[in-house]
Write a new protein. Structure first.
Length: 77
């Protein structure tokens, strides 16, 4: 699974990145996590607010941060 966090460094972006890392640690397995900070690459996903969450090249959300528990359910499901 390839997970991208889209954001330039705001508090929500940092929180989402940390929560994704924790969720991945809890579920185990191999998952690639990538932080995308380049505004031009973020704009390719056509989002208006960050953070953005992309899983396997599918935009899951924009402008929302998830808890570790929510992410574990999302990644396992």
């Amino acid at each position: 699974m390839h997970i991208k966090i889209l954001g330039t460094g705001c508090a929500k972006c940092i929180a989402l990145e940390n929560n994704v890392k924790e969720a991945v640690a809890q579920i185990g397995g191999f998952h690639q996590i990538e932080k995308v900070e380049d505004i031009m690459k973020i704009m390719e996903y056509n989002i208006l607010s960050t953070p953005g969450l992309v899983i396997d090249d599918k935009l899951i959300s924009a402008g929302k941060s998830y808890s570790v528990e929510q992410l574990v359910k999302m990644l396992e499901g």
